[in-house]
Structure formats: C-alpha cells, structure tokens
Design a binder for this molecule. Structure first.
Ligand SMILES: [Zn+2]
Length: 224
C-alpha cells in the first residue's frame, strides 16, 4: 500500500501503529517530521470541511490514504463514480437546456431534440474534456499520463468533482441559472487542487491544464 504524508506528500510505510483496539499511535513523516496523517483521528466532517476549503492535505488524505489503488474495490469504485459523474453531468445539461429551450414548445419532437442535445453534451463534452486534459497535462506539466497511473488520475478528477452534488439541491429549491456556472467554477478549482496533489506539480500548470480542459468542454457543449 502506498501511503503519503499529508503535509509534504512524502511516501510513508504506515500511518499508525495499533497497540490495542482504540489505542493507536500516529506515525511521523521522515521528511518533514510532522504527523503523517492527522485526519485518521478526525471526524469525517473535519475532512469534508477541509476538502471544501481546498486544502491539499485533505486531498492527499483522501486520494492516497483512504482510496488506494491496490484496494480490491478500486475498479468498482471508479465505475460507480463515473456513472454518478455522468448522471450529474446529464442533469446539469438538462437544467441548462430547460432554461434555454423548454419554455418555447413542449411537443414530442422537442423532447427528443432536447434529449439528443443532452447526450451530445455528456458524451462529446466529456470526450473533448478527456482529450484536452491529457494533452494539457503532457504540454503544461511536462509529463505524460503514463508517468503516474491513469486510474489514479481519473479517480482524482471524479472525486474532486463532488461539488456537482450541489446540483441535486436544484431539484428541491429554485436557484438562479447562474448557480450552475458557480458550481462549474468550484468543480474547476477542486479539480486543480486534486491534479496538483496527484501529480505533485506546481499550482500554475495545474490551473492551466484544468482551465483548458473545462473551457473546451464548455465550448463544445455550447457549439452543439
Ligand atoms: Zn511529510
């Protein structure tokens, strides 16, 4: 298992030693001498708040120490996250198209037209996102996706898109359409922190790579 110090990202053998049930000692990082992962003793709510605050150490805890690629459930988790991601993307597209076009006519053909557009938004939009994201990583981060495991990269992107869950709130409460774009910006910034953590790169190239990929996805959905 590949664990990381949440402070500096240095690889550590183990995060804690358990002497008896409920009696553990947190291990220290050999590089920065800080406790390798203090989130082990924290409530889930603290981790969630730090994720929302975009703290890289919370992302390291989640991506390296909680969700490990060696886990037997990794592939299953990846597919479930992908399914949830696409469903939320489809719902986002439905909300945008609803505001733009559903008010005009409600005939059967217009329903088919809308659903066709949603499918194009989800599949073509994400295909373009995928291609531009990998290309931007190669150019801006001066590395290829093969450098680190692709599965880990997609896990980071899918997990860090958790702000899309806020779209569910729009089923219950009415928000102005601009909220959709605010959620998009939160997803973009969260993806950037996750990419920085997973590639151990500087912040600026990660901002560039995520911005390019999201901008191309946005333009693709607008163009079609
Ligand atoms: Zn450290």
């Amino acid at each position: 298992m590949e664990y990381r110090c949440v402070q500096c990202g240095f690889q550590v053998k183990t995060l804690f030693v358990q002497y008896s049930p409920g009696n553990i000692r947190l291990m220290k990082c050999e590089k920065c001498k800080a406790v390798a992962d203090e989130y082990i003793e924290c409530e889930l709510m603290i981790v969630l708040i730090d994720l929302i605050l975009h703290k890289p150490k919370a992302y390291r805890h989640l991506l390296y120490n909680v969700l490990n690629q060696q886990s037997t459930h990794f592939q299953g988790l990846l597919w479930k996250l992908l399914f949830g991601f696409l469903v939320l993307d489809a719902y986002r597209s439905l909300l945008v198209r609803h505001d733009e076009e559903w008010g005009m006519s409600m005939s059967i053909s217009s329903y088919f037209w809308i659903y066709r557009k949603i499918l194009v938004d989800v599949f073509l939009g994400n295909f373009m996102f995928l291609c531009c994201f990998l290309l931007a990583i190669r150019k801006l981060l001066k590395t290829s996706a093969q450098f680190f495991r692709l599965g880990k990269l997609w896990l980071a992107v899918l997990i860090s898109s958790y702000f899309k869950i806020l779209l569910v709130a729009m089923m219950v409460w009415e928000f102005p359409p601009s909220v959709i774009y605010i959620i998009d910006l939160l997803v973009l910034s969260s993806n950037t922190v996750a990419l920085k953590v997973i590639t151990e790169s500087d912040m600026n190239p990660c901002v560039g790579a995520c911005f390019i990929a999201h901008a191309v996805k946005f333009c693709t959905t607008q163009a079609f």
